[in-house]
Design a protein around this ligand. Structure first.
Ligand code: ADP
Ligand code: MG
Length: 348
């Protein structure tokens, strides 16, 4: 984009930089220059949102700006890192100033909440697409990876699951959710997710592994199990559901089984899924209950890591079981529940 490109950058993206945040040089040169504090490592992630794939053409620009940053910050949180800087590559079909200003309002609302600095990017013309790359810092060797879970560790999540999946189903008019009322609550859960950066700050000292739930509890738990070579048990009665979701069950608008199915395979919740060694869980929960830590940092214990699958033969088993989720046992009050055979798939 040539005509107007620099005006757009100057007007909307080039905001005053907070020098305290380690930015020696921000927008306006060929590269940004960032200072990484001694004893820290840089964590970097990139996520793209493409029109027609990740959002609808008529998406609310505020929500698109917000979510394109939120999904990236969620990855930073999943590493137990502190989000610091972000770059933004945006491809626009035309210059619609109202659209761009709303996009920026959503993007910067979240950036400002977590003091994340926009330090560069790219602005081009073409079919609408957004690529954000977030950068964070974490003390050397302390980043939370997917490979640290051990048998006996407790399996935890940072918030209620299933609302994002139900929001998507409601938007796409799929999965027999025509009876669902208060639909906006679920669409909000899909579009205005909260990156769990405040919890991440505490997690580094306690968790053995962590991932953010973008594709659904089962799918993302499988990633931890593959990398850690373990299996897991998930107690459905302990999987948190939102008040809005519980009301839909009470009113008979969806069944308990459907709610679990959304919680387990719905995706788009962007809560953290993490494991905590059993001997650390009490201290961790106590810390979260103190006033020092934000109310937004919570932990629900939903199960545990079970057997280790270290041998090669078993390794193959777990890799092949990824789609059938055989490495995960779902139980309700200790009785096994086969959710895959429950006959409900919201993508059908
Ligand atoms: P170059 O041609 O050297 O890559 P550009 O002319 O594309 O630089 O961009 C000029 C400056 O504006 C650079 O510092 C770049 O990082 C920044 N920039 C461009 N687009 C964006 C954007 N959408 N958001 C933030 N910074 C941007
Ligand atoms: Mg250049």
């Amino acid at each position: 984009m040539s005509q107007g490109e620099f005006d757009i950058i100057h007007q909307y993206f080039d905001r005053p930089i907070d020098v305290e945040q380690g930015v020696t040089l921000g927008i306006g040169d060929d590269c940004a220059i960032l200072d990484i504090p001694d004893g820290y490592q840089l964590v970097v992630t990139t996520d793209s949102l493409v029109s027609g794939v990740h959002f609808f053409d008529d998406v609310d620009p505020y929500r698109l700006g917000y979510k394109s940053l939120a999904v990236n910050l969620s990855d930073i949180a999943a590493m137990g890192a502190e989000a610091k800087w972000v770059s933004l590559a945006i491809t626009l079909p035309s210059i619609d100033e109202h659209w761009i200003s709303e996009f920026c309002r959503g993007f910067f609302a979240l950036a400002d909440k977590y003091q994340v600095q926009l330090i560069g990017g790219d602005t081009t013309k073409g079919p609408l697409s957004i690529t954000v790359s977030a950068k964070g810092i974490v003390k050397k060797g302390q980043a939370l990876r997917r490979n640290g879970a051990q048998p006996g560790d407790l399996l935890c999540v940072s918030g209620p699951l299933g609302d994002g999946g139900l929001g998507l189903a409601v938007k796409l008019l799929i999965g027999n959710c025509d009876k669902v009322d208060n639909q906006q609550a679920f669409i909000d859960a899909l579009e205005l997710t909260e990156p769990r950066l405040l919890l991440a700050k505490q997690l580094v000292n306690f968790a053995s592994s962590c991932i953010d739930i973008s594709d659904g509890l089962s799918q993302d738990l499988i990633h931890i199990l593959e990398k850690s070579q373990c299996s897991a048990q998930v107690e459905l009665e302990n999987v948190p559901l939102s008040e809005a979701m519980k009301k839909q069950i009470q009113k008979g608008h969806i069944s308990q089984l459907q709610a679990w199915q959304f919680a387990v395979s719905g995706g788009d919740d962007y809560e953290l899924l993490f494991t905590v060694p059993a001997d650390k869980i009490a201290a961790f929960k106590q810390l979260l209950n103190t006033q020092v830590v934000s109310k937004e940092a919570v932990c629900y214990q939903i199960g545990k890591i079970t057997a280790s699958l270290a041998s090669n033969q078993q390794k193959e088993t777990i890799e092949h079981s990824a789609s059938s989720h055989r490495a995960i046992t779902f139980t309700h009050l200790k009785q096994p529940i086969n959710l895959d055979k429950a006959g409900w798939d919201h993508f059908k």
